[in-house]
Design a protein around this ligand. Structure first.
Ligand SMILES: Nc1nc(=O)c2c([nH]1)NC[C@@H]1CN(c3ccc(C(=O)N[C@@H](CCC(=O)O)C(=O)O)cc3)C=[N+]21
Length: 296
């Protein structure tokens, strides 16, 4: 079997077009423009590229983008003061603090200082609790993008066996919650899982989010399974830098029924979902009907 390629880039473009349309309506009918504030502390080059691309796409869908670039040595007090200002700014509907933060800053403390209603990353403990109990929340962008692609491909996910490899707060755990919410039988596997190959072989859906280049080989995949590759790893090969996922693409694509590529899979969906979440946060803040098809 040769897997169908799930085109995340095209899917994300469609999603952004839907967001743009609803942003335009919001502007016309209510004079409201959704605003997203992105906070970057330090000069990590990968983060800078990523923040720039978010800002560009935010403007392209008709929303306001506010970029706050702080020095790597910024104190926790100053960062918290900025978050407080953004929490109280009515023009700002979404706040994203780029992770990871420099080591002298407490990430949990900073994230939990964001107004949960503006927490478009869905990382605040209050949103994590709401998601875990099936209540309306802000849903983390990467898992939301994965869920949208899975629903689009399968229709219903009910009763499917899903294995999530990776237990991070930003991908693995919320991904498992979303799959459970769609009535999958969910296993969370990780670096200490015994017989990982056997566990993965049972799965109809494999979500790989471990951050280890090409660690899932094709012979772990059940024939016909759907493989969602969350990994974005920059590696050196033949003297060139190359972007690869957490799954070994060529061997997995020979066995899987469907697979997301890297790049062009989950990555673009993550940013599109960030824009969708900002629109959702804006409509909620203004007691307007929720956008359709953009939330979990
Ligand atoms: N608070 C916070 N929220 C985040 O969502 C967050 C974060 N911090 N810190 C960093 C990671 C990383 N991340 C990516 C999103 C999209 C691509 C993406 O669009 N990648 C393209 C290619 C990128 C390239 O060519 O380098 C692709 O996969 O096709 C990559 C990486 C969001 N993150």
């Amino acid at each position: 079997m040769v897997a169908q390629v799930i085109d995340g880039k095209a899917f994300a473009a469609k999603l952004r077009a839907q967001v743009a349309e609803q942003v335009a309506t919001l502007k016309e009918a209510h004079g409201i423009i959704p605003g997203l504030a992105v906070v970057l502390v330090g000069e990590d080059p990968a983060s800078q590229v990523y923040v720039r691309s978010k800002g560009k796409q935010t403007v392209e869908v008709g929303m306001n983008s506010y970029e706050h670039k702080l020095d790597a040595s910024t104190s926790e007090e100053d960062l918290l003061a900025l978050i407080d200002r953004l929490n109280n700014d009515p023009e700002v509907h979404g706040i994203l603090v780029q992770l990871p933060l420099p080591k002298h800053l407490n990430e949990d403390l900073v994230i939990n200082a964001i107004d949960p209603a503006k927490d478009v990353d869905g990382f605040h403990i209050s949103n994590v609790g709401l998601l875990g109990t099936g209540q309306k929340s802000m849903v983390p962008c990467t898992p939301l993008g994965c869920l949208m692609m899975l629903r689009d491909h399968h229709g219903s996910l009910s009763g499917m066996d899903a294995v999530v490899i990776g237990r991070s707060n930003i991908v693995g755990k919320p991904m498992a919650q979303l799959l459970l919410g769609d009535s999958c039988t969910v296993t969370i596997a990780h670096s200490r899982t015994k017989n990982l190959a056997e566990v993965v072989r049972r799965a109809d859906i494999v979500v790989a989010a471990v951050g280890r280049p090409e660690m899932v080989p094709g012979d772990w995949i059940k024939p016909g399974a759907t493989v969602i590759d969350v990994g974005i790893n920059r590696i050196e090969r033949d003297g060139k830098t190359k972007l690869v996922g957490d799954v070994h693409y060529d061997s997995c694509a020979e066995v899987a029924g469907a697979i997301t590529p890297v790049p062009g899979g989950v990555g673009p969906m993550t940013i599109a979902c960030l824009l969708a979440n900002t629109l959702t946060a804006c409509t909620r803040a203004n007691n307007l009907p929720e956008p359709k098809g953009l939330t979990a």
